[in-house]
Design a protein around this ligand. Structure first.
Ligand code: SF4
Length: 383
């Protein structure tokens, strides 16, 4: 049965002045930039959520995806100076700075030999002193230890940094990492594309054009990627919508090329990342509210009509908001996430890990059907 808006939701949408937008959503038409901004400004969150839920149920029914994964951040030494970052240390020897040896990194994989996981997620600081072979050796060592694991790794920020530092182009970096074992790319480092906010948040890492070009290149090479947006720091609501529209445009382009050549790829998932305000230079700001998080998830579901999945990353949002988000547009809550460091160093109070059965319980309690996936959204098991 095609999902419909309930009569209660219709009344709420009408009272919120969203009838024209609702007509477009029901007809499957694309929303404009101005309509995205209106969705952020309307006081009625429930009305926005009902529209996002309609789209979510059309795409995925009651299914809510999760996976079993491990995070490895091989080094937190980073020469960039993003003001929201609590993870990076400027140089080796600084308090809490670390760089894993191959043995340490692979030891983390080997420690899980008897645990079922399907993915390792690798993201690192921009270390000025490591050779490029550190990263290719890392990938080869992980693949040798666990050939069954899908390696999702290296943000566009890292790819851009390696290209400049080691004298390659984006294609050369991605191909070299792929030959060493990289399977897909995460979506980090997008932050906020709008130049006003980006200049303040992260003045010395890849710019917007570079971030988009890295993903364009990965898609051309047939590598699937994710995309993100950091919300709730200094950006304006209009800048959030602008960010979504720029992702939507690149996805249009990638999907059009993929239609001509199926070996190409595109974005799989959009992940709105909530700003955390501890241990960084934006500690004076309040952290975004649960209300803001739910609205951002809902608006992203409505604006990003060509990206299959919206993920609510429970590590950042908390389990309660992640659960609610499954009725506000999200269809994925990420995974067991063993050994997450980046957001816990920024004050995330969530556990270091959730078990499979905790994720299943969380999704079921939200009235959804949990389905375990691999990184590429193949079904591993219905729970
Ligand atoms: S966000 Fe990434 S690039 Fe920026 S300082 Fe932190 S680790 Fe470095």
């Amino acid at each position: 049965m095609t999902p419909q808006l309930s009569s209660v939701a219709r009344t709420s949408i009408q009272r919120a002045g969203l009838s024209l937008i609702a007509d477009k959503v029901v007809a499957g038409e694309r929303l404009s930039m101005d309509e995205g901004v209106q969705l952020f400004h309307t006081p009625n969150l429930a009305a926005v959520g009902a529209l996002a839920n309609l789209v979510r149920e059309r795409k995925h029914g009651d299914i809510s995806w999760f996976n079993r994964n491990l995070h490895i951040n091989a080094t937190n030494v980073c020469e960039a100076s993003c003001v929201f970052c609590s993870f990076a240390r400027l140089e080796e020897g600084a308090p809490s700075a670390y760089t894993m040896s191959m043995e340490q990194a692979v030891g983390r994989i080997e420690a899980l030999r008897d645990a079922f996981i399907t993915e390792v997620h690798i993201v690192n600081g921009l270390h000025p002193g490591l050779p490029f072979s550190y990263y290719t050796d890392l990938l080869r060592a992980i693949k040798a230890a666990r050939p069954d694991l899908h390696i999702k790794g290296f943000t566009a920020v890292e790819i851009h940094y390696y290209a400049h530092k080691y004298g390659m182009d984006y294609e050369g970096v991605i191909q070299a990492l792929r030959q060493a074992g990289l399977d897909s790319m995460p979506g980090g480092g997008a932050e906020i594309f709008h130049e006003r906010a980006r200049k303040k948040l992260c003045p010395d890492k890849v710019d917007t054009q570079g971030w988009l070009e890295v993903h364009r290149t990965a898609h051309r090479l047939g590598m699937r990627t994710n995309c993100t947006m950091l919300f709730g720091s200094i950006e304006r609501l209009e800048e959030r919508v602008d960010h979504m529209v720029r992702l939507r445009e690149l996805q249009d382009e990638s999907l059009a090329l993929q239609a001509q050549d199926p070996s190409r790829a595109a974005f799989q998932t959009f992940i709105p990342l909530k700003f955390h305000n501890e241990n960084n230079r934006l500690a004076r700001l309040s952290a975004p509210t649960g209300h803001d998080a739910l609205r951002t998830i809902a608006v992203s579901r409505l604006m990003l009509d060509n990206i299959p999945h919206i993920k609510s990353y429970w590590v950042m949002l908390g389990q309660e908001i992640a659960q609610l988000s499954l009725s506000f547009g999200a269809s994925d809550i990420d995974g067991t996430v063993r050994e997450e460091r980046i957001y816990h160093m920024a004050g995330a109070k969530t556990p270091q890990e959730l078990t499979r059965s905790q994720l299943v319980t969380l999704i079921r309690a939200a009235g959804r059907i949990p389905v375990e996936r691999d990184t590429l959204y193949n079904v591993v098991a219905e729970a």
